[in-house]
Design a protein around this ligand. Structure first.
Ligand code: CAA
Ligand code: NAI
Length: 700
């Protein structure tokens, strides 16, 4: 055996345990270890069956993605290869039972499907999440899965990447039995039973659920349609369906060959490299200089929120959804009632969509305590302020809560633009003050920017990171600069889109080009959602920073004064009807033309390519400035912010990764051609022939 695989014999059953922390990935050594164990069990007359399980928190969570990454970048020629092992398991003359707990994902599920039986603990989940990495299952998963659960369910699992929970897996036929109580002893008993039964279930021979190409034609067609819609511009989901089709059309071995071919093509793709980068970038964000596993974190059991508006209500739901009891205080009874009404409405909507039951809703609502006073604030572990965006008001409430809260209570602000240090100065505990910048709607959006003030302690940052995990969000630590990271990059992007419109593109053309590029929404539609008044206020707040003679957005002013405030007023850059879909408005187009004419801005046809270059490269340039100023620790952090919070297409890896794929020299040339001031980091990286990924690697 290898160190990662151990075997013990219990009642004549060889219990093979895979022990490769943290998630028992199939790193080199694991398949070899399992193979040796099967070999030994086969030869040992005292063994009548084999039980394969995972040590620690989970069964096998997949191939080793590090190994896949090496292969995707052409740095290693050996892709993980499980084919020999899977055949050996399936051909074993003694029953091989897979005992699953935690998450059996990717290669983990593929391994499990080669067993003759699968038993699982009630909390186990199984899935083929490969599409999230831009690849398809490459270890016969596309061939065995439809044999076990049928084509329709297999399409769903492969295209969505969504894992199924134990009860559903049992219903689908993926799990043979759910074992309550101790998984190993239940698995051993099952394996002994199976050894008496004699007949082996070889998955590859189970064709009864497969059907034919003809009988599945509609399913494949609708699966492809679903894939194009839900995973726009992505190649892997469609490739997975091609491989499924091969399972139906071809004998098992030929289907496997076809799968391997398709899997190799996917792994060699730009999309796979980008998505694998996104996977590791998201996991790197919690690795912060000065903070280790030993850094103390404060337990967050009870919290309080100031302000029950858009953000206060959403944050309250985010906390309650994670089981944290939360007081919501507003200064105005009507605002409080309105806020709680919205919270209830949101929960009702989730119940009616079947996301959770009414009982769950009641439990969550019971955790939220609305009030007008500071009662109970003295015993909470965390206070999040979400009052109006006004420095004097924020300083006032921070001074108030500073007097009431326990010394170990963290004081957080949800400000989106104000200086954290100035807010912290209103307290005698600036080390306990931090920015927790949630995104709207706060109970849905995954991103949480954690803003470090100049005196915020490492313990508080570590706690905020732990809180993000507890809330199932991605917490990214950012510096205390104007707009922090996400909004700081979005402002020049939005401004550039305005300029493009003034020069001749329509808002609809800009938005379509951005959506074709992969953005979840076009920037004008985004601005209409946030409110033209918000953009106007932000611009005017920072007007003093505009340099004399600097170009400023002109149409924005006009829209604001016309009361076209976006979705909320039924019209902004677009007009809106009841369904809130943006409808291009000739009136706005005339307004833009007139404004351009008055300002002497020549109008011309603008290509989609120019739209993308100007909108995306200006973000990249700002991202590079943020990096050189140290307001983000890694380029990968910026990518994660844009993927988790701004609808940037994951298959492009985030703006900074995308910049690397375009070539930093090309980007720098275009920046110069557009007469923008290039960031000095960008210039330096081009001089060195380096990339943002290289910049990150050198600092890791
Ligand atoms: N390979 C290598 N490392 C992995 C890994 C994998 N398959 N899965 C997780 N890890 C690492 C993470 O990078 C992280 O490492 P650090 O602590 O150094 O940052 C650590 O394991 C813990 O991961 P998480 O922080 O994500 O832990 P979690 O408890 O929140 O989630 C999980 C656990 C659900 C398994 C999640 O990590 C996950 O979804 N992993 C990816 C699973 C996956 O995509 N599997 C398919 C792989 S592709 C494949 O198998 C192809 C094939 O057909 C052969
Ligand atoms: P909002 O206007 O919807 O709600 C603010 C609430 O605070 C109101 O209910 C008001 O009555 C209450 N309030 C005012 N003074 C108070 C006091 N002294 N004590 C208790 N409550 C008081 O504002 P919104 O949009 O929720 O924003 C709150 C904060 O979150 C702001 O700092 C804003 O910049 C920030 N933010 C807003 C985002 C958004 O999309 N709306 C996104 C991210 C951050």
């Amino acid at each position: 055996m290898t160190e990662m695989v151990r075997v013990s014999i219990t009642s004549g059953v060889a219990v093979v345990t895979i022990d490769n922390p943290p998630v028992n990935a199939l790193s080199p050594g694991v398949p070899e270890g399992v193979s040796a164990a099967i070999d030994r069990a086969e030869r040992d007359p005292a063994v009548s069956a084999v039980l394969i399980m995972g040590a620690g928190r989970t069964f096998v969570a997949g191939a080793d993605i590090k190994q896949l990454e090496e292969h995707a970048h052409g740095r290693s020629s050996s892709a993980p290869n499980l084919h020999g092992l899977l055949k050996q398991i399936e051909d074993c003359t003694k029953p091989v039972v897979m005992a699953l707990h935690g998450t059996a994902l990717g290669g983990g599920l593929e391994l499990a499907m080669a067993g003759h039986y699968r038993v699982a603990s009630p909390d186990a989940q199984a899935g083929q999440p490969e599409v999230n990495l831009g690849i398809i299952p490459g270890a016969e998963g596309t061939q065995r899965l439809p044999r076990l659960i049928g084509v329709a369910a297999a399409i769903d699992m492969l295209v969505s990447g969504r894992p199924v929970k134990a009860p559903e897996a049992a219903r689908l036929g993926l799990f043979d039995k759910i074992i309550e109580g101790d998984l190993q002893s239940g698995g051993v008993a099952f394996a002994l039973e199976a050894s008496k039964y004699g007949k082996r279930h070889k998955t590859r021979e189970r064709n009864e659920k497969l059907g034919t190409l003809q009988s599945n034609a509609d399913l494949f067609a609708s699966g492809r349609e679903q894939a194009r819609k839900t995973r726009r511009n992505q190649t892997a989901p469609l490739a997975a369906i091609d491989a499924l089709e091969a399972a139906v059309a071809l004998p098992f071995d030929e289907g496997c060959r076809k799968e391997r071919e398709i899997a190799e093509q996917c792994l060699a793709s730009e999309q796979a490299r980008a998505l694998i980068h996104a996977f590791f970038a998201e996991r790197a964000v919690s690795k912060i200089r000065g903070i280790s596993k030993d850094t103390r974190t404060y337990p967050i059991r009870r919290a309080a929120i100031l302000g029950s508006g858009t953000m206060g209500g959403g944050i309250a739901m985010a906390l309650a959804n994670a089981g944290i009891a939360v007081i919501v205080k507003d200064s105005d009874q009507q605002a409080l009632d309105r806020g709680m009404h919205t919270v209830r409405q949101n929960y009702e909507a989730s119940v009616s969509k079947g996301r959770f039951t009414r009982e769950v809703m009641d439990e969550r609502l019971a955790l939220i305590l609305p009030q007008l006073t500071y009662e109970g604030f003295e015993s909470v572990d965390l206070i999040i302020e979400a009052v109006f965006e006004n420095m004097a008001l924020k300083r006032q409430v921070f001074a108030e809560i500073d007097k009431i809260a326990r010394p170990e209570c963290i004081l957080a602000t949800n400000t989106s633009t104000l200086n954290i240090d100035e807010i912290a100065d209103a307290t005698v505990r600036p080390h306990m003050v931090v920015g927790t910048h949630f995104f709207s709607p706060a109970h849905v959006m995954r991103l949480l920017e954690i803003v470090r003030g100049s005196r915020t302690s490492n313990e508080v940052i570590a706690t905020a990171l732990a809180l993000a995990k507890q809330l199932r969000k991605v917490g990214v630590v950012v510096g205390n600069c104007r707009g922090f990271v996400g909004n700081r990059m979005m402002l020049p992007y939005m401004r550039e889109a305005h300029f493009l419109a003034e020069e001749g593109a329509t808002p609809a053309q800009v938005d379509r080009a951005l959506q074709d590029f992969g953005m979840a929404m076009g920037i004008f539609a985004v601005e209409d959602m946030g409110g033209i008044d918000l953009s106007w206020r932000v611009r005017h707040e920072y007007k003093h920073l505009e340099k004399p003679g600097e170009r400023v957005p002109l149409v924005l002013e006009k829209l604001y004064h016309l009361g076209r405030l976006g979705q909320k007023s039924g019209a902004g850059w677009y007009r809106y009807e009841a369904d809130r879909k943006p409808i291009p408005d000739p009136e706005v187009e005339r307004l833009i033309e007139k404004t351009a004419k008055e300002a002497g801005i020549p109008r011309r046809a603008i290509s989609d390519e120019e739209i993308i270059e100007r909108c995306i490269y200006i973000m990249i340039n700002e991202g590079a400035r943020i990096l050189e100023e140290g307001h983000a620790q890694r380029a990968g952090d910026i990518d994660t912010i844009y993927l988790a919070g701004y609808g940037f297409p994951a298959y492009r890896g985030g703006p900074m990764w995308y910049a690397d794929t375009v070539g930093l020299d090309k980007i720098l040339n275009r920046i110069r051609a557009f007469r923008w001031e290039p960031s000095s980091l960008l210039k330096r990286l081009v001089e060195e022939g380096n990339t943002f990924a290289g910049f990150d690697a050198a600092r890791a």
